[in-house]
Design a protein around this ligand. Structure first.
Ligand code: URA
Length: 470
């Protein structure tokens, strides 16, 4: 086939003739469309978008580029969550075993670092021995035994997403509603789920930085899920600062382990608990969040009146986390996927960087802002992410002990610690941290940690919530 007319049509915002998109994508899979032609197509989509019908076609080809799992033999709901990507987003490491502890089967298929954001696979692989490239057979065995398994896009499942994801990461073609929606939904739908929860990041560290785009992305993905008969709920969560206090791979594994031990950080713990609650609710669609407004408007503010089902789901998640059950399940998961389970209890067994450098505050005041995007980009610069296809990463580098917006700081006190392969690299990353922070007299312009809930029933907008208590 000649790929040019497809690239040119998207570039010019013209509609595609029937069958053209499918042929172009199949050609890429078969090798007759080159990487540079696909990169040009992706950039045209970023700049001009594609029609809703073409998005449906894109999802279909990506979904059916590999096997679609049939996990209907599992004796329980099959629910997964996926994030649109952020800095410091280690949620999946805590949430997946926790959701399994809440009685769900979690066949989780994750990605590697994408652009300035980290990826669950890279984080998991920083645990010595941990394998994310299990065969489908092994994946199902782990899932049946532990209720949770965590792998990457494979040659067998959504292989087109795997190739496009890697290419988008190194060609500046991530920030696009149709490309993000198709990437996430194709691999999630291939998992044979009975329900799905999305963590849609909002703020300057997200791929889409405008709130209207964030909400449109969430609505698009919820619609795609529902169109495929998979009940889907999205929570919009804050990415105008990093989530938690670390950004990198090993450093985030350490923080996820702390959260699994029932320790903080508070924002990570809150996002995990809310998503675990939504995963249980989406598994039992009859027990949905009740709208108190009989008029049928689709937007309302949180009024504090929560139905029992929600409370019960939240209590269960909290108990399983604080009781150490999710930690125990994560330990077994690590062992089953080839990792060293002792590293779960003794983080000193995780690899560490040769250089660590503390970054002192230049002033006294309130941390008014901590911009996540420069930190994510600095982690990539340190070697913790990729700028070329197939590049190896250094799992040990990144930021830890990050101060958070709203905290008071004295001049000379710690803003964060850089972990790096050399003193020179550490110095550069330290100066990025210093310039990503604004210290002033407050108040902090931070977003609500969880601002919206989007489902087939409509959009709920939550008012400002007080920071979690720990
Ligand atoms: N996560 C994905 O899997 N794909 C994207 O495009 C963005 C985040």
């Amino acid at each position: 086939m000649n790929p040019l007319p497809v690239i040119e049509a998207v570039r010019d915002g013209a509609s595609l003739p029937p069958g053209a998109l499918e042929e172009f994508l199949q050609g890429y899979l078969a090798g007759s469309v080159e990487e540079y032609q696909m990169a040009a197509f992706l950039m045209a989509v970023v700049l001009n978008g594609i029609s809703r019908d073409d998005l449906t076609r894109l999802v279909q080809v990506m979904l059916h580029s590999g096997a679609v799992l049939d996990l209907s033999h599992l004796p329980g709901p099959r629910i997964d969550k996926h994030s649109t990507g952020g800095v410091g987003d280690k949620v999946s490491l805590v949430l997946a075993p926790l959701a399994a502890e809440c009685g769900l089967f979690v066949p989780m298929m994750s990605g590697r670092g994408l652009g300035h954001t980290g990826g669950t696979l890279d984080k998991l692989e920083s645990i010595p021995g941990f394998r994310t490239d299990l065969s489908l057979e092994a994946f199902q065995e782990v899932l049946e035994a532990e209720g949770v398994a965590m792998i990457g896009q494979t040659r067998e499942i959504a292989p087109l997403d795997r190739r496009l994801y890697d290419l988008r990461s190194v060609t500046g073609t991530v920030p696009s509603i149709p490309l993000i929606a198709a990437s996430i939904m194709s691999k999630k739908l291939a998992e044979g789920l009975t329900g799905m929860v999305l963590d849609v990041k909002a703020g300057s560290g997200a791929f889409l930085t405008e709130e209207a785009e964030t909400l449109a992305l969430a609505r698009t993905m919820v619609e795609i899920g529902e169109d495929h008969g998979v009940p889907t709920t999205a929570l919009v969560t804050a990415m105008d600062r990093p989530l938690g206090r670390s950004a990198g791979n090993v450093v985030e594994v350490r923080e996820a382990l702390a959260c699994l031990r029932g320790e903080g950080p508070a924002d990570l713990r809150e996002v995990v608990l809310q998503l675990a609650t939504e995963m249980q609710l989406v598994a039992n669609p009859g027990t949905e969040f009740h709208r108190t407004d009989p008029g049928g408007v689709t937007t309302q503010r949180q009024n504090g009146a929560q139905p029992v089902a929600r409370d019960r789901a939240m209590d269960r998640a909290r108990d399983r986390l604080d009781g150490g059950f999710a930690l125990e399940r994560f330990r077994r998961l690590v062992e089953r996927q080839g990792g060293d389970p002792h590293a779960v209890d003794d983080p000193d067994l995780l690899p560490s960087a040769p250089v660590s450098m503390e970054v002192p505050s230049p002033a006294t005041g309130t941390v008014v802002e901590l911009r996540p995007r420069p930190l994510g980009q600095a982690v990539v610069e340190l070697g913790g992410g990729r700028v070329r296809l197939g590049q190896n990463i250094d799992p040990t580098v990144g930021y830890a002990d990050l101060i958070q917006p709203g905290q008071e700081v004295e001049a000379g006190a710690l803003l964060g610690t850089v972990h790096a392969a050399s003193a020179e690299a550490a110095r550069k990353a330290a100066s990025v941290l210093a310039s990503a922070i604004r210290i002033g007299a407050g108040p902090t312009p931070a977003r609500s940690l969880i601002s919206h809930r989007i489902s087939a029933q409509g959009v709920l907008e939550f008012g400002p919530v007080p920071p979690p208590s720990r």
